[in-house]
Design a protein around this ligand. Sequence first.
Ligand code: ZN
Length: 130
Amino acid sequence: MPEKSRAQTTSNKHPSAIAEYHAHIYYDPTASRGRAEHVRERIAAEFPQARLGRWHDELVGPHPQSMYQVAFPGEMLANFVPWLMLNRDGLTVLLHPETGDNYADHSAHAAWFGAVLPLRLEVFRKSRSD
Ligand code: ZN
């Protein structure tokens, strides 16, 4: 029996399951919206493939702070993620894949820059009775 078979568990997921990625750029409407605007303008100018979402000063979904979303294809990952690491201007960023499993994508599959914010993951647990 080859050694490899032991690694084949049900949790083994292939990156081909990732349809696209989201970067959520968090900001404080009173303290850091200006920086968030500047980062957004630079993303729009340097990464035309990125799709910029609306500003959400009001909290939406699992997000515990104001934010906007940047959706982008896997082909952008190698250029955009290092750029974001160097140019997020102190803002907290959540990077997550879109595999169709919202709960896992925003928890086990997620990467954070700057800080880890406590997401309200219960919004993805609609089917649970407790
Ligand atoms: Zn997202």
